[in-house]
Design a protein around this ligand. Structure first.
Ligand code: ZN
Length: 431
């Protein structure tokens, strides 16, 4: 038996076996050492009362097992009322969790997460819209399991990472029509119009908006009164921090309209999380005044028994920037990871931002339950074999090459998918 832990081979005498109980207790100790400590703080100043947040540090992958604990931090910046933000805060997590297959180990669970986040966001959007309310919300949803951070976002509430070593990076993209040319193209191609508000006399004012509706965002949850090309499909990024840890700053646009990522991160370095969140809000208000709801959550992911927050940056930090993210390469991952984490480098595990549902759900045949039924990949309802429509099937007017291949959607979710891709005028249902 290969043994690289040093157990049972001290002095080369392999017959000194370590008792099982000792092995187990060492396993547990190692697990404790490996798990970071999470400290967090929250601060906000309300203007319209449409920002909401979620902090939940006692979630469990395996219900009842305290070893499987993970944390969720999220911000929801509502518009046209607060109903969408409140609904999403209450239900998004359960929708995401229900899309993760049962009985997965930790690594498989983390790998299943990006896809489950897509399904959960779409389900939340669909369910909220079915209530007939017109409001919408941004979502920046952060799941922390050990040193792995997974962020899913729609809209413009950013999450930044200030990693050990002082390198600041963005873990979200802004789904704003003004700045995001790719999203402008997508919205236009799906039948939306992008333009500024016209005032009397024909002058155009303000940021680029999408019409009908006049929303500045290209992705959100809710917003049933704007076109369905305003999609709820999140940009997802998953990174693994080195065991030196790092700090996340999650905030609504009230912060980011006033402060750059660098300014926000640097304004609170050296402060514990709670004071840091207050400091970032204070800094934003100082430079711009209270123009909008301004909400900030700071999360420190730090080695256990390590009470000092993210250290001040070393000099020449910018030269490190291009090295910070390294793609995981399958064959050399272990060697590489060990070397990189030794110098505090963040490993990028996953990144995908496509607005196409079929691309995001991928090829998957696990939608079949043991009873032989299929499950809708978005809303998880059981489907009879004749009911499921492959996510890869063409529109009703074209034939796909792989209409039998999973994942499958129920007719309702299929309808939603077509509307999001501009293949059907929004709100028009096919009986
Ligand atoms: Zn469905």
């Amino acid at each position: 038996m290969k043994d690289d832990s040093g157990l049972g081979s001290e002095g080369g005498k392999r017959h000194h076996l370590v008792p099982l109980a000792a092995l187990i207790s060492r396993e547990l100790r190692n697990e404790k050492i490996e798990k970071p400590c999470i400290k967090y703080g929250y601060a906000a100043q309300a203007k319209k009362g449409e920002d909401f947040y979620l902090i939940k540090t006692d979630c469990q992958r395996i219900p009842g097992s305290s070893n499987s604990t993970y944390s969720v931090f999220a911000i929801f910046d509502g518009h046209n009322g607060n109903a969408a933000a409140i609904y999403t805060r209450e239900h998004l997590l359960e929708h995401v969790v229900s899309a993760i297959p049962r009985g997965l180990g930790r690594e498989e669970w983390l790998q299943a997460l990006p896809r489950a986040l897509v399904a959960g966001f779409v389900k939340a959007d669909k369910e909220f819209q079915s209530k007939g309310e017109t409001s919408g919300t941004t979502v920046t949803f952060v799941i922390i399991d050990g040193w792995t951070v997974t962020v899913a976002s729609v809209g413009d509430s950013r999450c930044i990472l200030d990693s050990q070593g002082g390198v600041i990076s963005l873990l979200t993209v802004d789904h704003r029509l003004e700045e995001n040319a790719e999203e402008r193209e997508r919205v236009t191609a799906s039948g939306g119009e992008v333009g500024r508000l016209s005032i009397v006399g024909g002058a155009e004012v303000g940021p680029l908006r999408c019409w009908p509706g006049g929303l500045c965002l290209s992705r959100s949850i809710g917003d049933m009164d704007v076109g369905e090309f305003i999609v709820p499909i999140p940009y997802v990024k998953q990174v693994k921090l080195s065991n030196a840890g790092g700090r996340l700053i999650i905030a609504s646009d009230g912060i980011w309209d006033a402060l750059s990522s660098d300014m926000a991160a640097k304004s609170c370095r050296g402060l514990p999380a709670e004071l840091a969140a207050r400091q970032v809000v204070k800094e934003a208000l100082r430079s711009r005044g209270l123009k909008d709801d301004t909400t900030c959550v700071v999360v420190d992911i730090i080695p256990p028994d390590y009470s000092v927050p993210v250290a001040p940056p070393p000099k020449k930090q910018n030269k490190l920037r291009s090295f910070i993210f390294r793609k995981r390469s399958r064959d050399s991952v272990n060697k590489l990871t060990k070397k990189l984490s030794a110098v505090g480098i963040v490993e990028e595990l996953f990144e995908e931002g496509s607005a196409m549902l079929a691309e995001r759900l991928g090829n998957d045949t696990s939608g079949q339950t043991p009873s032989g039924l299929f499950t809708c990949a978005v809303c998880q309802v059981d489907l009879a074999p004749s009911e499921g429509i492959s996510v890869h099937a063409g529109s009703f007017f074209s034939i796909s090459s792989k209409p039998w291949q999973g994942p499958f959607l129920c007719a309702d979710c299929r309808n939603k998918k077509d509307a999001m891709e501009g293949k059907r005028p929004s709100g028009v249902k096919v009986a």
